[in-house]
Design a protein around this ligand. Structure first.
Ligand SMILES: Cc1cc2nc3c(=O)[nH]c(=O)nc-3n(C[C@H](O)[C@H](O)[C@H](O)COP(=O)(O)OP(=O)(O)OC[C@H]3O[C@@H](n4cnc5c(N)ncnc54)[C@H](O)[C@@H]3O)c2cc1C
Length: 382
């Protein structure tokens, strides 16, 4: 009979650390063929395990500090060192020394084996019920029973269960993803290395960041866009504006001055931005200002120069949606619905950890840190 003291649904980051720190007869169930397999794709294959600066300001919910203080970054690093992982650091970001996420997956799987945690793979749970004080989990071919259930299934997969048992949650919405916008068709594959980007939602919330942007056929990607996407995700509405400042170290006045000095190159307008921007960006600015390409630059008047400077400082795109390459989901079980040990206040012996909770962080190791912290808190308390 498939009966265990505790079942952890999901052998991802939070489920595995939970299983390793829990006591009793524990089983972890996952639909993948190996525990912690998803970690292989994290951090571009390097797995950015944590960030030395992790604190509530990098998350949507300011109460996160309360939990981070109970299993902090130092304890996370210590935990991984104890199971054999050797670290390296890139600024505040922690990675395995091997530069390979596989090392993290390996040490986790070795530790699970040593601790004799039951790991049940290739098993997708399709239904969960609470019957006579025990949890019953069903896959297509099997049933599992437990006294305590930990949901560590990442984003979205238990949406129906949350609804059925009226567990207070906020809707799941993709976050840390590329954003669909208007007007990028002619810029497809152009990469900007150091620009400032401003995002504004339709309700007026704003956020900005500086760094790399990559244009796609119908949208924007790159580290900065992933980071700004959380602004829209947290509103559950990907509509608003993204504006790129192509020359963030110069004021609009300085940009106009720079353009004035270039007027006397006497170039055709279509070549005016050569040497300053890649061709596609130059054309985009000219198109937006509707200038006749056949004129020469010395004929540009002050008004036209100011318009060009404005376009350079505010290359605007209307946000229309998101791509499905999200790194996390915003939304999930609200922390208010859970005790300090992340047990459901309304259903005893039911715990949540990781991304299924309504906690989402910035890029840079913060989301995995939440998975380690929340998984460890639950593991130690069951
Ligand atoms: C491409 C990519 C790169 C990322 N890079 C980073 C990074 O470098 N640093 C960082 O901090 N964060 C990163 N993240 C985010 C990070 O991976 C997540 O925050 C973290 O994995 C969440 O952990 P979790 O345990 O809650 O869920 P997950 O790690 O998603 O684990 C959930 C597990 O549950 C299993 N599962 C789900 N439903 C069922 C079911 N019904 N039946 C059986 N099994 C089920 C899944 O197979 C999965 O193994 C990245 C995410 C992606 C997608």
């Amino acid at each position: 009979m498939n009966f265990f003291d505790t079942i952890i649904l999901g052998g991802g980051a939070s489920g595995c650390i939970c299983g390793l720190l829990a006591s009793g007869d524990i089983a972890i169930i996952d639909k993948q063929n190996k525990m912690a397999k998803k970690l292989l794709v994290t951090g571009n294959g390097r797995c950015n395990i944590t960030n030395l600066n992790a604190s509530a300001r990098f998350y949507n919910d300011k109460n996160v500090d309360k939990y981070l203080n109970r299993f902090n970054v130092g304890e996370t690093i210590n935990f991984f060192q104890q199971i054999g992982l050797v670290f390296q650091y890139d600024g505040d970001k922690a990675y395995p020394l091997s530069n390979s996420a596989k090392s993290v997956v390996d040490v986790i799987n070795n530790a699970l084996k040593n601790k004799e945690v039951h790991t049940i793979t290739d098993c997708e749970i399709t239904d969960i019920n609470l019957e006579n004080g025990q949890f019953v989990l069903k896959s297509v071919s099997q049933q599992f029973f437990c006294k305590k259930l930990v949901i560590a299934s990442g984003g979205k997969s238990v949406e129906r269960f949350l609804e059925k048992y009226k567990i207070e949650s906020s809707p799941f919405c993709p976050s840390l993803c590329a954003v669909k916008t208007t007007n990028t068709h002619n810029l497809n594959n152009v990469r900007l290395h150091d620009v400032k980007v401003y995002a504004r939602t339709n309700s007026g919330k704003t956020k900005d960041d500086r760094g790399e942007v990559l244009f796609k056929e119908s949208g924007l990607s790159g580290i900065v866009i992933f980071s700004l996407s959380s602004l829209f995700a947290r509103e559950k509405n990907f509509s608003g504006k993204i504006s790129i400042d192509l020359l963030p170290d110069l004021s609009a006045g300085d940009v106009a001055k720079l353009l004035h000095t270039r007027k006397f190159l006497k170039l055709r307008i279509s070549d005016f931005f050569d040497g300053l921007f890649v061709k596609e960006i130059g054309y985009e600015i000219l198109n937006r200002c509707k200038l006749d390409e056949n004129r020469t630059s010395d004929k540009l008047n002050d008004y036209e120069i100011n318009e060009l400077a404005k376009a350079i400082k505010n290359l605007d795109f209307e946000v229309k949606g998101h791509y499905d390459n999200n790194q996390v989901y915003s939304g999930g079980v609200k922390l208010e619905a859970l005790t300090d040990n992340l047990e459901c206040k309304n259903i005893k012996n039911l715990y949540f950890c990781g991304e299924v909770c309504d906690v989402d962080g910035e890029c840079g190791g913060f989301n995995l840190q939440w998975a380690w912290t929340s998984g460890a808190i639950v593991g130690k308390s069951i």
